[in-house]
Write a protein that binds this ligand. Structure first.
Ligand code: NAD
Length: 263
């Protein structure tokens, strides 16, 4: 397959990527494969995961797939076992699986709140805990959690999603502190709005305009730009980075009042 300039940086690293059947996760999987990693595509969408793995194999990569529900402990344990069966170990876990939610707090039902927390926060916890147990035995490993700028900034309609992603950022810090001395690094990437099938389907023209007004670089991110940051944090290039959340957001978080410089 065509390779990145860092072709061997993740060579033979056994990597589990959740939610990699499509969207950002699929681009992360491709980037890891290009850098030489062995990739386990883990997703609720079994057929999509199998298709993503097949496509990587056709490009010459070592890739397998497994169905997982990240909110289910037994399913997560089976995913970890699948990595050990296929690749003999778990070197990297990318906690990417996630679902959106966009409801005013006063209208938010408990079901939607629970569903969001279950996938975005409990799912990240279950996968990170199960992977960390293997990594501690190995005395090495790297976990990269996909958070969101919504976990740091208040956004209308983002009560469940934002609270879950803020939890992911704090879970990242706590796990990082607990595991650093055992050779396991935990970090996170917080994307701003990214142009994916999902955001194209759910962001209205008004949402897009509001984001573009607030992003200094004046565009949405691309999935490959998130993948590049994840690959960096999973590699030895990030060997002294611990418990950090890297914003990949075109300056959204840095910006205060954005005004038209021509006005
Ligand atoms: P997406 O909806 O395109 O893909 C999410 C994938 O996760 C899907 O393949 C889906 O089947 C899988 N999934 C959902 N629930 C699952 C579960 N319970 N178990 C296993 N897999 C499950 O989403 P995306 O836009 O690619 O987002 C990926 C990650 O990036 C998410 O964590 C999301 O919150 C985060 N993020 C996205 C954006 C954006 O603008 N797209 C911005 C910030 C953060």
């Amino acid at each position: 397959m065509s390779t990145s300039p860092h072709a061997s940086r993740l060579s033979q690293k056994a990597t589990i990527i959740t939610g990699a059947a499509r969207g950002i996760g699929r681009d992360i999987a491709r980037r890891f494969a290009e850098e030489g990693a062995y990739v386990l595509i883990a997703d609720l969408d079994e057929a999509g995961a199998a298709d993503a793995a097949r496509q990587l194999r056709e490009l010459g990569a070592k890739a397998e797939s497994v169905r997982v529900d990240v909110g289910d402990k037994a399913s997560v344990e089976a995913m970890i076992e699948a990595s050990c069966r296929h690749f003999g170990r778990v070197d990297v876990l990318v906690n990417n699986a996630g679902i959106g939610s966009n409801k005013l707090t006063v209208d938010l039902g408990l079901d939607e709140w629970d569903r969001n927390l279950r996938v975005n926060l409990t799912g990240t916890f279950l996968c990170a805990q199960a992977a960390a147990r293997v990594m501690v035995r190995q005395k090495s490993g790297r976990i990269v959690n996909i958070a969101s700028i919504s976990g740091q900034r208040g956004g209308v309609g983002r009560a469940a999603y934002g609270a879950a992603k803020a939890g992911v950022i704090q879970l990242t810090r706590v796990m990082a502190v607990e595991l650093a001395h055992q050779g396991v690094a935990v970090n996170a990437v917080a994307p701003g709005p990214v142009d994916t099938e999902q955001s194209r389907g759910t962001h209205t023209p008004d949402t897009r305009r509001a984001y573009l007004d607030r992003i200094p670089i004046k565009r949405y991110g691309e999935a490959r730009e998130i993948a590049a940051a994840v690959a960096f944090l999973a590699s030895d290039d990030a060997s002294f980075i611990v418990g950090h959340t890297l914003n990949v957001d075109g300056g959204f978080d840095a910006a205060g009042l954005i005004f038209d410089p021509k006005a």
